[in-house]
Design a protein around this ligand. Sequence first.
Ligand code: SAH
Ligand code: SF4
Ligand code: F3S
Length: 444
Amino acid sequence: MSKKLYVKTYGCQMNVYDSERMADVLAPLGYSPTDKPADADMVILNTCHIREKAADKVFSELGRLRAHKNQKAKDGGTMVLAVAGCVAQAEGAEILRRAPFVDIVLGPQTYHRLPEMVARAARAGGSVLDTEFPVEPKFDSLPEPSYQGSSAFLSIQEGCDKFCTFCVVPYTRGAEYSRTAQAVLDEAKIMMAKGAIEFTLLGQNVNAYHGDGPDGKPWSLARLIRELVEKVGITRLRYTTSHPRDVDDDLIAAHGAYPQLMPFLHLPVQSGSDRILEAMNRRHDRAFYLDLAEKFKKARPDLALSSDFIVGFPGETEQDFEQSLDLIRQCGFVQTYSFKYSPRPGTPAEGMAEQVPEEVKEDRLIRLQTLLNDQTKRFNKAMVGTVLPVLLDRPGRHPGQRTGRSPYMQPVHVENAEAWANKVAPIRITKVHPNSLAGTLEPS
Ligand code: SAH
Ligand code: SF4
Ligand code: F3S
């Protein structure tokens, strides 16, 4: 009998990828996706623990789902409720204590065992908790991806050994792990055969990639990119998220050598102050970052940089903060994700003295975002009149319209573009909206 699966995803792109893979794992059990939780026979919340707000959302969502589950039981049905992802990993036991109606709690490293957990939950009638870091890597036990669409995520690396003092990822995702190059190449070929044109290689620290190569040597990210472009034939490629410390010369050179690599790089810096970077245990200083930015732009002059910033890290003074603003100007970031520092349980920064008051964090966040918005606007305006290759991977808001991403990840809307669905179209940019661009098909 066909059963319905509803998956809600929070957090980063790794979680988006994991959610798709969980659906793949459950498909042989008869589960097909639905977007209505009330109809679902199974609900998975794939959670994020990165900031307090993200984690809190899970408990309020669980409250809502409990009502659906009760209704379903009244109607004589059942709903299996599972919490996956990083909150599950960090607070598994706490979830079962606060929400005993949850059937399954599983960490990011165990979802290949989901069918077994579903069976165990049904048999035992109680809750199943599986937040181990198993010896057998999950990637080796996953079914072929049931991929759809033209823009694909492909996980190549997971976990992190950097231990930035503010961050939970090394605890929730575990130690750094790279898939073998062959596994990545095989998965890319499968996805390509199913229609993928653009690939985003994913990892919490994607440029730390060091998977075993088919030649018996460890391959770097640059080596893997070479194979994906030259042998597999990928024509549009991105990777995220990189750590400045793990950038090597080959990776910079790849940006000069391969036009297939999109000229847009997300390279989080977190702060512009050396004092704060040190307290964050980022293992690089401002000068090191600036030098990298320059090298990337030298290799690929049209490259634009994006970054992440945290404001109000413990001990951050007004002067430290102004150095972040200064770095934003100096690097000319065209996009950033910026966050108020959120103390996370078990991380070194949580217990640091000199926590910054909330209103100071709020004020700094607004100032940083105002500066950044100006730079983004200027960058977007400069696109008007240019022709960009846009992968029109989504239907637009009305018939005939398609939407896609520019090489710089800007959403672009195009009218009368149905014929270019899921293709890379030459688009002349005509207008700038607050969060997107509009353009017309350029006759070729
Ligand atoms: N691996 C990536 C980022 C992972 S987390 C890197 O090294 O940059 C994504 C972003 O969340 C981080 O870049 C950081 O800016 C933010 N972040 C992580 N922990 C945070 C915390 N405790 N408070 C606020 N923002 C945080
Ligand atoms: Fe977190 Fe730092 Fe690792 Fe990024 S590099 S995942 S910020 S510990
Ligand atoms: Fe969040 Fe886990 Fe990703 S904490 S950002 S879902 S790695």
